[in-house]
Design a protein around this ligand. Sequence first.
Ligand code: ADP
Ligand code: MG
Length: 308
Amino acid sequence: MNEFELIERYFNWVSYHSVDLSVGDDCAIIDTNSNTQIVTSVDTLIEGVHFSQNTSAADIAYKALAVNLSDLAAMGATPKYFTLALTLPELNEPWLSEFSESLKHLAEEYQIDLIGGDTTKGALSITINIIGEVETGKALLRSGAQVNDLIYVSNTIGDAAYAWQQIDQGNKPSDFYLNRLNRPKPNVELAQQLVGVANACIDISDGLEQDLSHILSRSKVGANIDIEAIPLSDEVATYIDTTQDWCVALAGGDDYELCFSVSKEKINKVTLIEKELGITLTNIGVVTKSQGLKIKGLDKICQSYQHF
Ligand code: ADP
Ligand code: MG
């Protein structure tokens, strides 16, 4: 049983309240009596799993909040509030000061309020629950992909996994790659622009192959993607050229780029968004009726990140 089967079997329950979307997407959506819906998600970061012992307090804080912002972004929602559950091995003031400064800095950037939390002693772990809102019915879901939609990804893919790999091999990645790993920029602005344009959306936290597959299974469609079309940064392109290790782009998580599908009639809007935000959005394939993900140019299966 993998992580997703575990969740499905033990924690996917019926709702007693007006929950529009529950377990299974990047966030849950709760109805209110107004024309907006509440969107919420929670993510935990654990030492040794999500970051190494050498990661600075500032980087840990940044990433803990950024990954949550990314889940809200994946829904096209506006982040508003968050709570922080902190488990610390000791009361280390310099560490706490650095952690809190960094967290506050990112919270300021996105104008979100820390409204509560919990503090306990134990192995270092950080849990953030983020809460935001979206206009009723407008959220970007994993389940909206339509046959013949074009599939896009933002910026470049595989940079964070490449950085991990470099560190693992005892090399020091350049600042660009370290930042891609430790300081992923949540695509909040992009996702908001994609509301009304994209049919389905997910943030790539576990690897393109696995995360795109979540869109496909929730939308009950398939896809053909062209491996050569996946946008790569220079070093990653050179690395793949020499090693043919495409898994760094297909199964490497932690990029927090968006993967979304758009109907052909709306691709001019994608071009406009690209220009306005000064980012690249690349078409990597198409949604098909026959289910499953087919990757043109790949002859082996990559293992995306799974906790179990
Ligand atoms: P993401 O990678 O976008 O953060 P996850 O893969 O962690 O999403 O989770 C997949 C879905 O399962 C989400 O909708 C999440 O809310 C839900 N989920 C994960 N763990 C649990 C749990 N223990 N109980 C209930 N729902 C869960
Ligand atoms: Mg997500």
